[in-house]
Design a protein around this ligand. Structure first.
Ligand code: ADP
Ligand code: ZN
Length: 670
């Protein structure tokens, strides 16, 4: 008999690899890091299963080279979660491992046993804490309701309008959990949000707070991970999506703020997980509670709350009875017709911005597009330059004077004339960079900052912009969706949405839901203290039904309308969706593979399997794409369906004609 171990390697190929334990090595515990040979390299693996077997002659099994730490670095609950993710999201365990571990854990020179004594507490902390705020009557009632709901539910949805004080309620729950000796995980959708929250939470929880997300340095991430592994003290972890991978002990509560946010879903690479589903699983394994919070809950969560699967608590008033902002729709058709536009600003918007500036108020301008101009086009032949690796049009960036592909990041020189016909090239559309330029021309006296992907590439960029705006060093903040999520500024009196049409024109069953959430959330940044705020929405289509809901802040009515549509058209939450995307460098091959797979699945699943489509962006990074959907009744056996699906994928991939075609299943796509 030989001692063997099945090891997870951070590779997207299969779940485990088997190695032999050398006779002079003790059997490693489950969850330990080991160094193993793979082809001509050495890699780090995690021990999943020790076993022993007689070795058949002629079969050689390679040996584990080294046991890296004197203790397991993955806890049993973590491993259980990895296995759930791998099976639910249809990806190998190796994909989960690669996503879950901090980069340094994949470096075999790093030992978990030795502390590098890095600071894990945040720099500005001055060492003194202050007590939390007392709750007002509606907040206190909501808190009592949450406790009551938790008696009979593991998951509670708190639907509280923007600025109702949801964060204050979370603080009360957190304090109680810490006093009970528990750990708390507090998830936020954007790193930008952790910046503001960190200040607020640190004043109350001091050194019990840790912040974990992708902008935290590798060394610090590793140290936080290590501390979570070895030190079971009560603690509050604030983090973005990837914080669900930390080891937690005595987990009492997970708070997921802005639970409707689609950035909780990882799109690329696998595992394509939704942090809400993972958090629910984590809480259930640990016997902990999960609180979902939002002013505009996802249709799915609201549905589960209506059905009694989740507890449901509402908070309908803003703190101190402030009114929700007054919303004005501006008809761009009419404005252009009357020639009452200043660049991309309507006349009423310009006047209002001037007024607010005179009163020393602050303004947020929201535009869902970064760069200067979304595309350039030849005035003679109509040619639009596209990326040679992805078939998407290139965005013009004035900074650096380049054309950039927003899919792969590749940049190109700007042609002085059309490469096809020599005609003149013209800029089309507008992005945040151009908006910034227009603002400085229209309001030269105003101090302006821009927050988008291009201005927040470095570690502390978010912090600088948010601080500057909070400290009134900036009058007008321009931004993409980053500025819409959960940020709190005292003196923002006006929020303007420059081009609302871009939000509603997406061809996707979730596009109205997303547009509504975004408009309601961005409005929620206005008038958070003192007077009622104002929101100006510019659109070419002001009759669009979505604006009625937005103007009335009619979240409940909007939900009713959406849920009926979802039911009628067989969409989630009534049906579970799995999107299958096939990918290969050869277009013919991927197209045939997709046709074959779809035909097989249509035999099994009938009309639950949609036709193959060529996605609007049909090539990314030189790989051609085809896709289709499976929609399975929510009441049916989903794991059985996934099994049947996986069998067909495996069969397809075993045909030489389809060699190398990748299949990317996306379970519950966003
Ligand atoms: P939400 O999370 O619902 O958007 P916040 O918790 O950020 O709302 O509250 C909005 C503002 O009102 C914050 O500045 C917060 O400090 C203040 N606030 C809310 N409730 C209270 C309270 N009970 N005591 C003091 N300030 C409060
Ligand atoms: Zn590209």
């Amino acid at each position: 008999m030989t001692d063997l171990v099945d090891v997870i390697l951070p590779l997207a190929i299969r779940d485990t690899y088997t190695y032999a334990i050398p006779s002079d090595m003790p059997m490693p515990d489950i969850g330990s890091r080991v160094l193993v040979p793979l082809a001509r390299k050495v890699v780090i693996g995690i021990v999943l299963r020790p076993h022993s077997a007689p070795l058949s002659p002629g079969i050689t099994i390679r040996e584990v080279i080294q046991l890296l730490d004197p203790f397991p670095i993955i806890t049993t609950p973590q491993l259980k979660l990895w296995q759930w993710m791998s099976s639910y999201y249809m990806c190998p365990l190796g994909d989960v491992m690669a996503a879950a571990l901090p980069a340094k854990a994949l470096d075999h020179h790093y030992s978990m046993a030795e502390s590098k004594r890095r600071r894990v507490v945040i720099d500005h902390f001055n060492g003194t804490t202050i007590p939390k705020n007392a709750l007002n009557t509606p907040q206190a009632e909501a808190l009592r309701n949450i406790y009551t709901q938790f008696e009979s539910h593991d998951i509670v949805l708190l639907q509280g309008v923007t600025s109702s004080g949801k964060t204050e309620i979370y603080i009360h729950l957190i304090e109680e959990q810490l006093q009970l000796g528990h750990q708390v995980l507090y998830l936020v959708p954007e790193i930008a949000l952790t910046t503001q929250l960190t200040d607020r939470l640190q004043r109350i929880f001091g050194t019990q707070l840790r912040v974990y997300h992708s902008r935290v340095s590798d060394a610090q991430r590793m140290e936080i991970y290590r501390q979570q592994l070895l030190d079971h003290s009560p603690r509050l972890i604030v983090g973005a999506r990837s914080a669900v991978f930390l080891p937690m002990h005595h987990l009492g509560l997970i708070i997921m703020d802005e639970e409707h946010e689609s950035s909780y879903k990882q799109q690329e690479p696998a595992p394509r997980y939704h942090a809400r589903a993972v958090a629910a699983m984590m809480a259930s394994h640990a016997n902990a509670k999960l609180l979902l919070g939002s002013a505009t809950p996802s249709i799915e969560s609201r549905f589960l709350a209506e059905r009694g699967k989740y507890g449901f608590v509402t908070l309908t008033q803003r703190y101190q009875g402030l009114q929700l902002p007054a919303i004005s729709l501006i008809d761009l058709k009419q404005q252009y017709h009357r020639k009452e536009m200043y660049m991309h600003f309507s006349d009423p918007l310009v006047l209002r911005i001037r007024q607010e500036l005179e009163q020393k108020k602050q303004i947020i301008l929201f535009l869902n597009r970064r760069g200067y101009a979304p595309y350039i086009q030849c005035t003679q032949c109509g040619k639009i330059p596209t990326c040679s690796d992805c078939n998407v049009s290139l965005t013009y960036h004035r900074f650096g004077h380049t054309l950039v592909c927003h899919y792969c990041g590749r940049s190109y020189p700007v042609p002085t004339q059309c490469p096809e016909c020599g005609g003149e090239m013209k800029l089309h559309g507008f992005g945040t960079e151009r908006l910034e330029e227009e603002v400085s021309q229209l309001f030269p006296e105003a101090r302006v900052a821009r927050m988008d992907l291009d201005t927040t590439r470095k570690k502390n960029d978010y912090e600088h912009i948010i601080r500057a705006f909070s400290n009134h060093e900036v009058d007008i903040l321009i931004g993409t969706q980053m500025v819409t999520k959960g940020l709190h500024f005292d003196d923002v009196s006006l929020v303007a949405v420059l081009n609302a049409d871009a939000l509603i024109s997406q061809p996707d069953f979730r596009s109205y839901e997303r547009a509504y959430q975004m408009l309601e959330q961005v409005s929620g940044r206005a008038g958070r203290t003192g007077q009622q705020g104002a929101v100006f929405i510019q659109s070419f289509d002001i009759e669009h039904p979505i604006f009625r809901y937005v103007c009335d802040h009619a979240t409940d009515a909007f939900y009713q309308a959406q849920i009926e549509e979802r039911h009628r058209f067989h969409f989630p939450p009534f049906y579970r969706q799995i999107t299958l995307t096939l990918r290969h460098g050869n277009e013919e091959r991927v197209s045939q593979a997709a046709a074959w797979l779809q035909a097989q699945l249509a035999i099994i699943f009938g009309s639950r399997c949609t036709d193959v489509i060529t996605p609007a962006i049909s090539k990314i990074q030189s790989l051609h794409l085809r896709s289709f959907n499976l929609r399975i009744e929510a009441t049916s056996n989903l794991s059985k369906a996934k099994q049947l699906l996986q069998q067909q994928i495996d069969t397809m991939q075993s045909f030489p004609a389809f060699k190398g075609v990748q299949v990317l299943p996306d379970v519950d796509p966003q």
